[in-house]
Design a protein around this ligand. Structure first.
Ligand code: G1P
Length: 271
C-alpha cells in the first residue's frame, strides 16, 4: 500500500536538553553536520513519501528555515514530488495531540509518523520497511528493551508473534516495571489509519496529563488491530544526552578520518 504522507511531531520542549533547547529546537541538534530532523526526512523520502507535515510551535522556526535551504540547495530530490506543510501546536499536549493537529492535512488515507529524536541507523529506511509490510492495521515499530526501562515507553502485550511482527493484545503507555506485560517497546515510527483522528479527538489526557497516542492505539485494537514491527538497525534515543552522544560516535565511526580521531582520543585515555 502506498503511504504518501508523514507527520513529524516537532512541537516538544526538549527539556532534557535545557538550556540549549530554550533557543534551539531539539530536532535541530546535530549528528555531526546534519540535524536530527534531516535524518528523519531522508528516511521518509527514501520510503517514497511525498508530503512532509511538521507539527511545530513557537521557537521552532529554524526547522522551516532549514528546509527552505535544503529544498533550494539539494540535487537529491525533486521539489515537484515533495510538498512541505507546517501546522502549529499551540501548547505541548502530547504525541496524540500533535498528530491530531495535522488531521486536516491528512484527510482519509493511512499515514506515517516519525519522531526525529529516535534516530535509527540502518542501510534501509525503517519506515520504508514498515510500509512494505503494512497490513492495514495501526502499526508501530518495536524493540526489546530491558525490564528496568519499560516505564520510558509504550509497551505492547503479545497476542501472536512471528519473525517480523507482533500482533498486540494490548498496549500500555509507560507502565511501571511491576505492571509491564512485556518488554516490547514502541519507538517513534508509526503507520496509522485515518480513523485514529476520531479517537484522538475525544481522548482524555493520560500519562503526564497528555493526550497519548498509545491510548488511541489501545482503544482501536478491537476494530483496527495493532501490529508491532520488529525493525532492523540500531536505534538511538537522541532526546537524551547519552543517546545523542552515542549516535554521534556511531556515525563518526563510519567515517575513516573521524573514526581515527575517536580511536586516538580513546587511546589517550588509557593508563
Ligand atoms: C513517546 C510515546 C511512547 C514511545 C516513545 C518512543 O514517548 O508516547 O509510547 O514508546 O515515544 O520514543 P515520549 O518519549 O515522547 O515520552
Amino acid at each position: 500500500m502506498k503511504i504518501r504522507k508523514v507527520i513529524f511531531p516537532v512541537g516538544g520542549l526538549g527539556t532534557r536538553f535545557y538550556p540549549i533547547t530554550r533557543a534551539v529546537p531539539k530536532e535541530m541538534l546535530g549528528i555531526l553536520d546534519k540535524p536530527l530532523i534531516h535524518y528523519a526526512f531522508e528516511e521518509a523520502l527514501s520510503a517514497g513519501i511525498e508530503q512532509f507535515i511538521f507539527v511545530t510551535r513557537h521557537g521552532k522556526n529554524s526547522i522551516e528555515d532549514y528546509f527552505d535551504y535544503i529544498l533550494t540547495h539539494s540535487d537529491d530530490f525533486s521539489t515537484d514530488r515533495c510538498s512541505f506543510c507546517y501546522v502549529r501546536q499551540s501548547e505541548p499536549r502530547g504525541l496524540g495531540h500533535a498528530v491530531l493537529c495535522a488531521k486536516h492535512l491528512v484527510n482519509d488515507e493511512p499515514f506515517a509518523v516519525i519522531s526525529a529524536d529516535d534516530y535509527i541507523s540502518h542501510d534501509k529506511s525503517c519506515i520504508g520497511e514498515m510500509i512494505q509490510n503494512y497490513d492495514g492495521s495501526n502499526m508501530a515499530a518495536i524493540m526489546n528493551v530491558s525490564k528496568k526501562d519499560v516505564s520510558k515507553y509504550g509497551i505492547m502485550d503479545v497476542e501472536k508473534e512471528t519473525d517480523k511482527v507482533v500482533i498486540a493484545k494490548s498496549v500500555d503507555e509507560k507502565p511501571s516495571v511491576e505492571n509491564a506485560k512485556s518488554t516490547n517497546a514502541i519507538v517513534g515510527r508509526y503507520i496509522l489509519t485515518h480513523e485514529i483522528f476520531d479517537v484522538l479527538k475525544d481522548l482524555k489526557p493520560g500519562v503526564k496529563n497528555e493526550i497519548q497516542l498509545t491510548d488511541a492505539l489501545l482503544q482501536m485494537i478491537p476494530t483496527h488491530g495493532l501490529t508491532g514491527f520488529k525493525f532492523e538497525g540500531e536505534r538511538f534515543d537522541c532526546g537524551s544526552k547519552e543517546g545523542l552522544l552515542s549516535a554521534v560516535l556511531h556515525v563518526s565511526m563510519k567515517d575513516k578520518k573521524l573514526a581515527g580521531i575517536v580511536k586516538n582520543f580513546c587511546g589517550s585515555l588509557e593508563p
